[in-house]
Design a protein around this ligand. Structure first.
Ligand code: NAP
Length: 307
């Protein structure tokens, strides 16, 4: 029986690990499909306090990982397949094996959302991606597009101008949702061409199965046109990673875990931190803050059980 299992190694999970490890709880941290979480797919993080020159996302995560390890955190690779709760403890199934724990901190984050068009799954890696940092350098001196109007879309579009000959920024409205600083930076870049009031309706694929362009429709009148792009970078938000908990833990209408008091969920000893529960702030620093809160709450809950 573990004291605490932490699911996820993004900012929330690693901060929870640092705190619970320093509290001598010897946490077991499960690293899932994207070790390090979303920060590993970003470049410079300019708004994490303490780094006036900014810090690379992967570097920040590696430092947190090292800090968690230093205090005795145990890490294990594995995806949680199932979850059960039995009043005083929980259990999770990892790669076919059940592991029991007195408390559980779910920090499994959120995954990129795709548009939902035909052939989408097969095109991922063949001119369709959600990660400019990972795939941008493959598309040098060719036109590409970014779909979305938030901070991610602006950040990805700006980053891609290092490689691509042109970056179309396709947004379904006529103004960006992104913060002013990021929107201004993107729109001032001569390589970025915004395509307003437009949605992607079809991926155009060549004989080799690679992206060669897209069809877009104007949201006003539905007029369709084609754009030649070698890669489509989708930045239209995220879905919380809650599959094993559905029907067992309360979620809101968008599938995010509901926190009842602090980071507590509706089940005793089960806490949620970061993007799996937070659809409002979704920042590295707020995820880290929730990881800290979940660790302190788990520690108090364990102490109450023993006392
Ligand atoms: P987001 O803010 O939710 O923006 C998603 C964008 O995609 C919106 O513009 C939305 O359009 C559009 N969209 C959603 N569904 C769509 C669909 N089916 N088809 C076409 N367009 C669609 O997501 P995000 O940009 O990933 O940002 C998430 C959070 O991370 C935010 O809190 C953001 O501030 C933060 N973030 C921060 C930084 C930074 O500070 N360095 C960098 C990246 C992200 P509408 O505008 O019409 O809704």
């Amino acid at each position: 029986m573990e004291n605490v299992i932490i699911i996820g190694t993004g900012c929330a999970g690693l901060t929870a690990a640092i705190y619970t490890a320093r509290a001598n709880l010897s946490p077991l941290v499960l690293e899932g499909r994207l070790p390090g979480g979303q920060l590993t797919t970003t470049t410079l993080v300019e708004n994490f306090p303490g780094f006036p020159e900014g810090i690379d996302g992967p570097e920040l995560i590696m430092a947190m990982h090292k800090q968690a390890e230093k205090f005795g955190t145990r890490f294990q690779y594995g995806v949680v397949e199932e979850f059960e709760h039995a009043g005083t403890h929980s259990r999770v199934k990892i790669d076919g094996n059940w592991v029991e724990t007195k408390s559980l901190i779910i920090a499994s984050g959120a995954s990129p959302r795709y548009i939902g068009l035909d052939r989408e799954r097969e095109l991922i890696g063949h001119g369709l991606t959600s990660c400019a940092t990972c795939d941008g350098a493959f598309y040098r001196n060719v036109p590409v597009c970014v779909v979305g109007g938030g901070d991610s879309a602006c950040e990805e579009a700006t980053f891609l101008t290092r490689f691509a000959s042109k970056v179309y920024l396709i947004h379904r409205r006529d103004s960006l949702r992104a913060s002013k600083i990021m929107a201004d930076r993107a729109l001032a870049n001569p390589k970025i061409e915004p395509v307003w009031n437009s949605i992607v309706t079809e991926y155009l694929v060549d004989e080799a199965g690679e992206m060669r362009g897209i069809k877009i429709a104007n949201t006003d009148g539905g007029t369709e046109s084609e754009l030649e792009v070698k890669c489509v970078f989708v930045a239209i938000g995220h879905e919380p990673n809650t599959a094993p908990f559905r029907g067992k833990l309360d979620t809101d209408e968008n599938g995010y875990l509901v926190q009842t008091k602090g980071t507590a969920t509706n089940l005793p000893g089960v806490f949620a931190a970061g993007d799996v529960a937070d659809h409002v702030y979704r920042q590295a620093i707020t995820a880290a803050g929730q990881g800290c809160a979940a660790a302190i709450e788990a520690e108090r809950w364990l102490a109450d059980q023993e006392g």
